[in-house]
Write a protein that binds this ligand. Structure first.
Ligand SMILES: Nc1ncnc2c1ncn2[C@@H]1O[C@H](COP(=O)(O)OP(=O)(O)O)[C@@H](O)[C@H]1O
Ligand SMILES: [Mg+2]
Length: 220
């Protein structure tokens, strides 16, 4: 589903990623870990084509990202739910509208849209908060809205960057349980985190980055 071959990424004279090789099977859920600055976010951005590699090739599904046509990039991104580290919900829109936005852009009709948004909110136990505004929610609730926003369009891949960055350990465990449920339905999920509690005992593959190098792989 995702394959990186000899991928390097430089920022000026800093090497953010060096000669990275790995692949992710369809339906896998795996973790990318490593200290701050080790290249986790950069790696996810390359897969989403928010950044381009300086060397190497990246395949996502049937696409080869160095040669993908401009016109196919929106299509690629539609298949990917990206949960950004600094999740920005629109504070002037309620929870329903924040989740609905991606579907509105795609012209989904109002009736189908309602069903899908409420389904996504139900999955993250926030159906009852659909009329609330982001600033009236706790950090954990906001993070769950972000997950609903990423899943509402049924992406084949979810990329989650520090998805439990701003929440307490219990909420973090709940969020990981949600990812497992989503993964059990077939979605491929990559989670970047420096928090080992998230993957210890999970039995999932864990890739370890250090200063831009892929230094190991273990079972969590
Ligand atoms: N847009 C950028 N411009 C310059 N340097 C960057 C940029 N993005 C990331 N970096 C650098 O690349 C390295 C890897 O960053 P990042 O991928 O954000 O690491 P992580 O997510 O593991 O904390 C860091 O040294 C960071 O400072
Ligand atoms: Mg990061």
């Amino acid at each position: 589903m995702i394959q990186l071959s000899n991928v390097s990424k430089h920022y000026d004279n800093l090497t953010a990623l060096r000669d990275i090789n790995f692949s992710v099977e369809k339906g896998e859920m795996l973790f990318i870990t490593g200290p701050s600055g080790s290249g986790k976010t950069t790696l996810l951005k390359l897969i989403y084509l928010a950044e381009r590699p300086d060397e190497g090739t990246i395949n996502v599904g049937d696409w080869e990202l160095n040669t993908i046509k401009e016109s196919n990039i929106p299509l690629l991104r539609r298949n990917i739910g990206f949960i950004f580290q600094d999740f920005r919900l629109l504070n002037n829109k309620n929870v329903f509208e924040n989740v609905a936005l991606a579907l509105r852009i795609r012209g989904v009709d109002e009736k189908g849209l309602k069903v899908r948004v409420f389904d996504a909110l139900k999955e993250v136990n926030l159906r009852h908060k659909s009329d609330s505004y982001p600033l009236a929610l706790s950090g954990g609730e906001q993070q769950r809205v972000v997950i609903a926003r990423a899943t509402v369009s049924d992406p084949t891949i979810i990329l989650a960057d520090e998805p439990t960055g701003n929440v307490d350990p219990d909420t973090a465990a709940g969020i990981i349980r949600m990812f497992k449920d989503i993964n059990a339905k077939g979605t491929t999920i990559l989670i970047a985190t420096h928090n080992r509690d998230l993957f210890m005992g999970s039995g999932r593959r864990v890739l370890k980055l250090d200063m831009g190098n892929l230094v190991g792989e273990a079972a969590g």
